[in-house]
Design a protein around this ligand. Structure first.
Ligand SMILES: [Zn+2]
Length: 143
């Protein structure tokens, strides 16, 4: 087996179908009589096919790398959002898992609405106090 194909099979099992085709093509043409023109033209066509598969594999690898980077970025973004949600739940004294919206919640069984827990002092001053100040000012003027 071609060492590059063996390496790719190990690294990218999802490419196995393409790699098997490439292997089959390599095996079929390894014993070609180079004096036979028909065989040579078949070989040329096969080489083009082989090249096309190689190009496809390269494109797929690039796409896969882009997708892996996107997944990593999304994971990092999700972690940031989860941290922000937990901080906000602490500020509100709410369940960090469901904010009291899920009766099946293993953490609060749907009891953890805002104000259920004592709000965290730091997070309260970070999120709620400024909003409350603006809220009070805005509705005092209008009422
Ligand atoms: Zn909950």
């Amino acid at each position: 087996m071609n060492p590059m194909i063996a390496f790719l099979k190990k690294q990218k099992p999802e490419w196995e179908e393409y790699l098997n085709m490439i292997e089959m093509m390599n095996a079929e043409h390894s014993d070609i009589d180079e004096d036979d023109e028909d065989t040579l033209s078949e070989t040329a066509a096969s080489n083009n096919t082989h090249k096309a598969y190689k190009n496809k594999i390269i494109k797929l690898k690039k796409t896969q790398n882009k997708l892996l980077h996107m997944i990593e970025d999304l994971k990092a973004e999700l972690e940031d959002e989860q941290e922000l949600t937990e901080d906000l739940a602490e500020a509100l004294g709410a369940c960090p898992e469901c904010f009291g919206e899920d009766d099946m919640c293993s953490y609060c069984k749907g009891e953890g609405l805002p104000g259920f827990f004592v709000p965290d002092f730091t997070q309260y001053n970070r999120f709620v106090a400024p909003a409350n100040k603006k809220f009070s000012k805005h509705y005092r003027i209008r009422n």
